[in-house]
Structure formats: structure tokens, C-alpha cells
Design a binder for this molecule. Structure first.
Ligand SMILES: [Zn+2]
Length: 423
């Protein structure tokens, strides 16, 4: 019940946000078009960013083509400052934000939801927002977003969080209605939820050559959707079908709410060269205890997505209650394992597999107690051969084919033997 209430609050806040940003009066179609063409359209453009100061006071200045409204607030664990602004096109220097200065360790920026962009600053230590404003363009200077941070202690930082006004409740996207369609419950065909990892401000891993996990996995997911839909036996819902971020809990909620027969999360991994040169695809299922240290690490990395995107986790349950996993998930877990085995077998002919292609760990996104769920790491963007595959059209097609085949094999068996209550 609490989960539903949260979703309702988010839906309400998303509507409020939409109303606020409607002032920008940009039709959704233009937005999608502008993004896909990489054009700014009528959005403000961020052109440069500078940091100055020290560990006591730090200032961030971002040049903008015109003035925007902003809303800044702080988050703990880890210490972050989040600045929400209307949708902005970021044309900042490459590597902007990768390293920081003074109180700012690093920062990220990007789309959070349609109509809303976000800047997330990781702090070196607790700090409070002393000033946050946007100066009008003047005398040939661009408009400037100015954020002044001042060092503080942990107790004051935590106090400030309580005082911080978050009228838009973290400005979370509501549970998405992907592809602009409601789930059609009168359609008796089993529903597959595809979950391309990351998105928007959260790029996921990045290849040494610059390719981003969020783009690769979205494209593979779209190819997969096209295959499943054209075969006609199953319905497909995507947790995201564009470059926006969807919090992990929402991804799970989408699958549960839609009474999905199967949830497939799609990712790509990377490994620092200092840690070797792993390669190949891996299929993960949920377990409370990771199957090995690498699996634990991968889950930890993927579970950080919400932290990266500046999502406040404090009102999320730390975990789906352990007992729920133990009891309700036993059957789901068995089904997830059966699908995972099938998927590994089908991928074998197409993709290079990791030396241990079947693993388990505590992925947040796999925690629906009633929806069989797996997470596929397609390969390592840090490995040259894998990256070549991941960037290849024909490899993506073949991989989508084999995942679609595994989904069909699994659902043909399971839905026939255990029809779900949707119809
Ligand atoms: Zn990922």
C-alpha cells in the first residue's frame, strides 16, 4: 500500500512539474524530435561550466543561453546537491564534471524526465547551498546559473535536508506510461516488460571510446521489442523508451502493476583495466547472497543508479523485506532461473558468453516477488571485442533475435501451464 501511495505522490508531483514546465510550451513531439536529432530547438543551451573556491566555499557557474528557474536541494548517503531546472541542452566541454574542485567531487547533468533536466553534484564533505540563482544575460555575457556551497558538519547537513523544500517530491517521474499507451488489460496475451538500464542523467558505464551503456541498451531493447511485437504472441512494455531516467523501484513497480509475465533488464558492463579484461555476456538472477565477488560488485554498481541520478532513497524500503523474498519469491525465483538457463543457451550461439555466464546477486531491479525477472549484461564496453559487437548493427539484431527466442520458449511453456489472472 505504501508503494502505491508513493507512486500516487509521484504521479501528482509529475503532473505538477508538467504544469510548471508547461510555461516553456514545448510540444512533446518537438521534444522527442529535438533529442533524437541532437538539436536544441527552443530549449536553453548550457555552453560552459566552471568551478572555483576551496574546501570551505565552492562556486559553480554554468553559462546558459537564457535564464531558467531552478530548484536546489541536498541529499545524504552519499552527500549530494541536486539542482533541478527545466529541460536544457547540455553542450558542455567533454569531461565536464568528471572531476571536481573544492567541495564538489564530481558532477553529472542530463535529462531527468521530459521537460526537466537535473544537475547532481557529489560532495567531498557536507556542505549547504548558500545561494542558488540564475543571472540574466547582460553586456554580452550569457545568462549564468550560480551555485554557492559552504562547508558544514554532518549534523547541520542532515538538519538542512529536513528543512529543504522539496515541493516536487524529488521531481520523480511517475511510473512511466511507455510509448504513450496504457497497459491494455483486456488483451489476454502475456506481457513482457523490457527494462533498458539507466537513461538521462545516468549514463551507465562508458566505453573508453565514449559510447554509453544507456544508449546501447536502449537500442537493443527497441530491437527486441520490435521482434516480439511483430511475432504477435506477447505484449511488450518498456520501462523507458527514450533518454530519461526511471528510478529502480519504479521499474519494478511498472512490471508488478502491469502483471507482467516476465521482466528483462538489459545492461552492459565495464571493468577497469587494472582489474583485468573480462568479456562476454552474463545473465543474472536475484539472490540475497551473490554467487561470487564479481556478481556482488556488478549488483552494487547497478544499484547505484538512483544515487547517480540524485534520487532520494530515504523513503524507499532498504530492501524488499527479506521474508517476502524468501516466501513469495520461491516460485518466482525458480521461474527466473529457468528463463535464465534458456537465455544463456540461446545466447551461446550468438554472443560471446562470460566464462561463468549464469550468476546471481542482489539487484534492486530484480526484486519483484511475483514477476520472474532477469538482468542481462550484454558484454563489457571495456573489452575491445565486446565493444565491437555491442556497436554492431548485425550483432544487436542477432542478440535481440536470440533473446526473443528465449522469451518465446519460456512463455510458451509457462503461460500455457500457469495462465495469469489478467484475463
Ligand atoms: Zn547498467
Amino acid at each position: 500500500m505504501k508503494g502505491l501511495e508513493r507512486m500516487a505522490v509521484r504521479a501528482a508531483s509529475a503532473i505538477l512539474l508538467a504544469i510548471l514546465f508547461a510555461a516553456a510550451a514545448i510540444p512533446a513531439l518537438d521534444s522527442a524530435l529535438g533529442q533524437s536529432l541532437g538539436q536544441s530547438g527552443s530549449y536553453p543551451v548550457a555552453t560552459d561550466v566552471r568551478l572555483a573556491g576551496d574546501l570551505v566555499e565552492t562556486r559553480l557557474v554554468m553559462d546558459l543561453s537564457r535564464k531558467v528557474d531552478l530548484h536546489a536541494f541536498t541529499l545524504a548517503n552519499p552527500y549530494r546537491v541536486v539542482v533541478d531546472i527545466p529541460e536544457v541542452v547540455f553542450r558542455l566541454p567533454p569531461k565536464a564534471g568528471e572531476s571536481g574542485h573544492g567541495l564538489i567531487k564530481a558532477f553529472r547533468f542530463g535529462l531527468m524526465m521530459e521537460g526537466g533536466s537535473r544537475i547532481v553534484l557529489d560532495l567531498a564533505k557536507p556542505a549547504r547551498v548558500q545561494k542558488a540563482f540564475v543571472m540574466d544575460a547582460a553586456a554580452g555575457d550569457p545568462a549564468r546559473l550560480v551555485l554557492d556551497l559552504v562547508a558544514t558538519d554532518r549534523a547541520s547537513f542532515l538538519r538542512q535536508i529536513v528543512l529543504d523544500e522539496k515541493p516536487l517530491t524529488q521531481r520523480m517521474p511517475a511510473a512511466p506510461q511507455p510509448q504513450g499507451t496504457e497497459v491494455n488489460n483486456s488483451d489476454p496475451r502475456p506481457l513482457v516488460v523490457l527494462d533498458p538500464g539507466h537513461g538521462g542523467i545516468d549514463t551507465g558505464t562508458r566505453a573508453p571510446t565514449g559510447e554509453l551503456e544507456k544508449d546501447i541498451v536502449l537500442d537493443v531493447a527497441k530491437r527486441l521489442r520490435a521482434r516480439i511485437e511483430s511475432a504477435g504472441k506477447y505484449r511488450v512494455l518498456m520501462t523507458r523508451s527514450d533518454d530519461t531516467y526511471v528510478p529502480l523501484a519504479e521499474r519494478v513497480a511498472v512490471a508488478r502493476k502491469a502483471n507482467a509475465a516476465l521482466f528483462v533488464s538489459i545492461h552492459a558492463d565495464s571493468l577497469p583495466h587494472s582489474e583485468g579484461d573480462a568479456q562476454g555476456a552474463t545473465v543474472y538472477t536475484l539472490s540475497n547472497k551473490a554467487s561470487d565477488a564479481e556478481a556482488a560488485q556488478v549488483a552494487e554498481k547497478e544499484n547505484r543508479a538512483d544515487v547517480v541520478a540524485g534520487v532520494d532513497l530515504k523513503d524507499e524500503p532498504d530492501d524488499v523485506a527479506g521474508i517476502l523474498i524468501d516466501l513469495a519469491q520461491r516460485e518466482t525465483k525458480a521461474f527466473s532461473m529457468q528463463f535464465a538457463h534458456k537465455l544463456v543457451a540461446d545466447l551461446k550461439g550468438v554472443a560471446r558468453l562470460h566464462k561463468e555466464p549464469l550468476k546471481s546477486a542482489g539487484f534492486r531491479v530484480l526484486r519483484a516477488p511475483d514477476v520472474p525477472s532477469v538482468l542481462v549484461e550484454l558484454g563489457y564496453v571495456s573489452n575491445r571485442n565486446d565493444l565491437r559487437s555491442l556497436m554492431s548493427d548485425s550483432w544487436r539484431d542477432r542478440t535481440a533475435d536470440s533473446i526473443a527466442k528465449a522469451i518465446d520458449a519460456y512463455l510458451s511453456t509457462h503461460v500455457a501451464s500457469a495462465p495469469r489472472s489478467t484475463n
